[in-house]
Design a protein around this ligand. Structure first.
Ligand SMILES: Cc1cc2nc3c(=O)[nH]c(=O)nc-3n(C[C@H](O)[C@H](O)[C@H](O)COP(=O)(O)O)c2cc1C
Length: 196
């Protein structure tokens, strides 16, 4: 299967990426693909708030018309079997770069087809010291509302300790749970409550 990691840091070689690299090693040792996408390499415009104007104006097609890199990122997310979001903690919150993507992802949810429904998701964060839990919570709530499947043990973080062995164990556990969930739960419509 094919999984995606999204690095919300301004730095490609920071701790947010390091968490994704640990996941990458685990995915590849288990025979699965894992692509890491660094948001800093992509141009993501702010959400234009079309949904507040008229619900029917907010769709992936309309959002792609903005002409930035959202379509590239959305296509990768839709094609993946599961996603790990990794964010640096910037002032007790996810990075603005990642939050811009979350806002644009409204267009993937606000249609009869819920593009991300049932996709297993993990959320990890890197903090210098404090605020990882609030950053992770901020992300998990909209991801649940978008229909993503938040995994058991599907969150962990570094808080200033680069080599915390517990964090490493959690990431590996998250990867294995993601593979299990993606394999077992494909084909069920969580919005319509049917199929599977
Ligand atoms: C704008 C900004 C705000 C930050 N705010 C916090 C914070 O609220 N709590 C914290 O523990 N660390 C904070 N940090 C430190 C980062 O979370 C830490 O350096 C983290 O490793 C950055 O992720 P990265 O290594 O992937 O770039 C902040 C850093 C920046 C640049």
């Amino acid at each position: 299967m094919r999984f995606l990691g999204i690095n919300g840091s301004s730095r490609k070689d920071g701790l947010s990426n390091k968490l994704l690299q640990i996941a990458s090693e685990e995915f590849s040792s288990l025979g699965h693909d894992f692509e890491v996408l660094h948001l800093v390499d992509y141009r993501i415009e702010f959400c234009r708030g079309c949904v507040s104007e008229d619900m029917s104006l907010c769709s992936p097609e309309k959002c792609y018309e903005i002409g930035d890199d959202f379509e590239k990122i959305a296509s990768k997310m839709i094609a993946s079997h599961g996603i790990i979001f990794s964010t640096p903690v910037y002032w007790y919150a996810p990075s603005a770069r990642l939050w811009s993507l979350i806002e644009r992802m409204t267009s993937l949810e606000n249609t009869p087809r819920k593009y991300l429904e049932g996709k297993p998701v993990g959320v990890v964060a890197a903090a210098g010291e404090d605020g990882a839990q609030s950053a992770i919570t901020s992300l998990i709530v909209p991801l649940i509302h978008m229909g993503m499947l938040v995994l058991p043990f599907g969150m962990t973080y570094y808080s200033g300790k680069e080599e915390d062995p517990e964090t490493l164990r959690y990431i590996k556990r998250m990867v294995r749970n993601m593979i299990f969930a993606a394999g077992k739960l494909q084909g069920y419509s969580w919005w319509e409550n049917k199929g599977g």
